[in-house]
Write a protein that binds this ligand. Structure first.
Ligand code: ADP
Length: 492
């Protein structure tokens, strides 16, 4: 093997420490997969208060205490703690940048009560980005690559190319910026820009500014040496349309040769039906029938009677516009006329939650809902459902459809982004792994569900679909190699 690389991986969410969505899963599994390929990779993230010192055995790094980090004309103090994430094979070191003012809160981006974004998210992530670089210098560990993820880390490449450009320590470092969702951009006022300490000359549309705002995501897209996103289809979509590119498609199209789509994998240790502690009964492709016990356990939990031959549809999602649950609401009455039951675990917009709650009351024996974030239940839903709904308006990659397939749960998805790249539409004759629809339209979704239910009524055919999905390889190794190749290309 050629020389191992040193990589610093930056993320605002890492499983099992902090998670609001798929970013956390990726930020845990991908570094482990890269480490398994023989490279030295370490993670840095903010130390939110709820990350338990005892549970995760966080310890202080004495020589990284009281680091002054400039914020505007002031300076805030950062302390660094350390821990590990580990799978069976590898341990990856995680550094936590701690500052009680910024991260000593109960939420990640917003207060759990009231669900309003914290007003100082600009400062919190300016502190984090600049803090990362100040920490690195003192640590004396020089990465070849800094791999940034999403807007919260988007200004790191800009710092390296400007404020830190004359510093020998940073001179040869290359940056990769991965976009997990174009819709979350971290756009703040020009006063925020002043807090960053970046040169004033950068505040224009050819720099960090987008539509009059200091835009963290745009900054990353502009200054990173390479850009990636989490599926090939989404990489195309965000260059080609204003809707998918969320107003930054012009810039993306310009940087097209530096943009790559690399599909996310899934963590095969966490999402393994044969070892999953959160399920009622373990199973795999050789013991598919055991899945039924999970279905019964799941229904029982929601007080819904089990009925033979009735398909159970599951859903686990952030209930936000992106995820397409407005389509589900539109056809819910029609859907309930089919031979189905439906269980939804979600959290998000209160108005959407209310509508589902009302529908649940209308169909108490057919429908169950739980609003909140519940990881254990998410595993049981994957294990116990027959079908899984993901009617997303757009979906950069999506993880749940892959978890579903691994658990023999057939996904019904809109053909967009990573959903299109990972699900093969049922083509008759036992071929396919799920059911897709093209147009963002409730009737199209209903048709896809109807198609699925028809096949569900043919148990032998259905089993073939389950088998196809369960035997798919969605492990990280393949994608991790693509990232490593990209790192190497940059360093050449
Ligand atoms: P996104 O990152 O856009 O939310 P993904 O499909 O990429 O969508 O990843 C979502 C991840 O978050 C999955 O691991 C899913 O199980 C989890 N998740 C989403 N909502 C909930 C919830 N309410 N409770 C538990 N897990 C959830």
């Amino acid at each position: 093997m050629s020389k191992p690389l040193n990589i610093l991986f930056l993320s605002s969410e890492v499983e099992p420490f902090a998670k609001t969505g798929g970013l956390a899963d990726v930020s845990s599994a991908l570094p482990q997969a890269i480490k398994e390929l023989g490279h030295e990779i370490r993670i840095m993230m903010p130390r939110y208060r709820f990350i338990s010192e005892r549970k995760f055995k966080l310890h202080d790094i004495i020589r990284l205490k009281e680091i002054p980090i400039p914020i505007g004309k002031n300076s805030e103090i950062g302390n660094v703690k350390s821990s590990f994430i580990s799978n069976l094979k590898e341990k990856v070191q995680v550094y936590f940048l701690d500052n009680a003012n910024y991260f000593g809160r109960d939420g990640i981006y917003q207060s759990p009560v009231g669900k309003k974004d914290y007003k100082d998210n600009d400062e919190r992530y300016i502190f984090f980005c600049r803090g990362v670089l100040e920490t690195l210098k003192r640590l004396g560990w020089q990465p070849d690559i800094i791999h940034c993820n999403d807007w919260q880390t988007g200004i790191v490449p800009a710092y390296i190319k400007t404020l830190y450009a004359s510093d020998d320590f940073f001179k040869s470092i290359k940056t990769v910026f991965t976009v997990h969702n174009m819709a979350y951009q971290g756009a703040f006022t020009s006063e925020s820009f002043e807090k960053s300490g970046l040169p004033k000359s950068m505040f224009h549309p050819e720099g960090v500014e987008a539509y009059g705002k200091f835009n963290f995501l745009k900054t990353g897209l502009h200054y990173a040496d390479a850009i990636t996103t989490v599926s090939e289809r989404y990489a195309e979509e965000i260059c080609n349309s204003d809707e998918y590119g969320a107003g930054l498609n012009g810039l993306l199209a310009k940087r097209k040769k530096d943009l790559k789509g690399i599909l996310n994998g899934i963590d095969y240790e966490i999402w393994n039906p044969l070892t999953d502690e959160y399920t009622y009964r373990k199973f795999d492709v050789k013991s598919m029938d055991a899945k039924l016990d999970n279905k019964k356990a799941l229904l029982k939990r929601f007080n819904i009677p089990y009925k033979e031959g009735v398909a159970l549809i599951g859903g686990i999602s952030r209930l936000v516009e992106q995820k397409g649950f407005d389509l589900v609401l539109e056809i819910l009455d029609e859907m309930m006329k089919l031979n189905v039951q439906f269980i939804l675990l979600g959290s998000g917009e209160k108005t959407v939650e209310k509508k589902f709650e009302t529908m649940q009351k209308k169909y108490p024996h057919q429908m169950g809902v739980l609003f909140g974030f519940d990881n254990e239940l998410a595993h049981l839903i994957e294990a116990g459902s027959d079908l899984f709904l993901m009617p997303s308006r757009y979906e950069p990659c999506g993880l749940n459809q892959m978890y579903s397939m691994r658990y023999g749960t057939i996904p019904v998805v809109r053909a967009t982004g990573g959903l299109d790249d990972t699900v093969e539409d049922y083509a008759g004759g036992g071929k396919g792994t799920g059911f897709k629809f093209e147009k963002y339209d409730a009737k199209e979704l209903l048709k896809a569900i109807q198609r699925a239910i028809k096949v569900y009524q043919q148990p032998e055919e259905w089993k073939k679909l389950m088998r196809n999905g369960m035997l798919k390889d969605f492990s990280w190794e393949h994608s991790a190699k693509k990232y490593v190749n990209l790192y190497k290309e940059l360093l050449r």
